[in-house]
Ligand binder design. Structure first.
Ligand SMILES: [Zn+2]
Ligand SMILES: [Zn+2]
Length: 145
């Protein structure tokens, strides 16, 4: 069971491709400071809700790869530097990551404790879970639990 919000309309940054799937509207890219654009998936919300997190992520990544990255406003440089910044923030947020626990979704041990709270993870990693008070993050499947 996946407990993620999988919105039909997702936000993305047309410059760096950042796409936080936390179901919010509006706002600006945390990295480029330009307003988010929106993309609407062609599938019905019922269909989207029946997808696993991986399936949803794949559908979104496909759009980022095939449409957003081909737009003239897209900057590979902005994308690369955003990825590096994200990695740094992730390290910072999850640095007190012992002891290790196993992810209940994919059984990976590649997990870390969320010390910065889920608000930080929402904004910077595009991660969202409906449950409040999640303490662990899985780097493998991007779940919070
Ligand atoms: Zn951006
Ligand atoms: Zn996992």
């Amino acid at each position: 069971m996946y407990n993620f919000l999988q919105p039909k309309i997702f936000r993305y940054c047309k410059r760096c491709g950042f796409s936080p799937d936390n179901g919010k509207k509006g706002g600006s890219c945390n990295f480029c400071n330009i307003p988010f654009s929106e993309y609407e998936l062609q599938n019905s919300q019922e269909e989207i809700d029946s997808w696993s997190f991986e399936e949803y992520n794949n559908a979104r990544n496909e759009i980022i790869e095939n449409i957003i990255k081909k737009s003239p406003e897209y900057s590979q440089e902005a994308y690369d530097s955003r990825k590096i910044k994200q990695k740094k923030i992730m390290k910072e947020v999850f640095k007190n990551s012992k002891p290790k626990v196993t992810c209940p979704y994919c059984h990976s041990n590649n997990t870390g404790k969320i010390t910065g709270g889920s608000i930080v993870s929402n904004e910077f990693f595009g991660i969202f879970s409906k449950g409040i008070g999640k303490q662990w993050h899985c780097y493998n499947c991007n779940s919070d639990f």
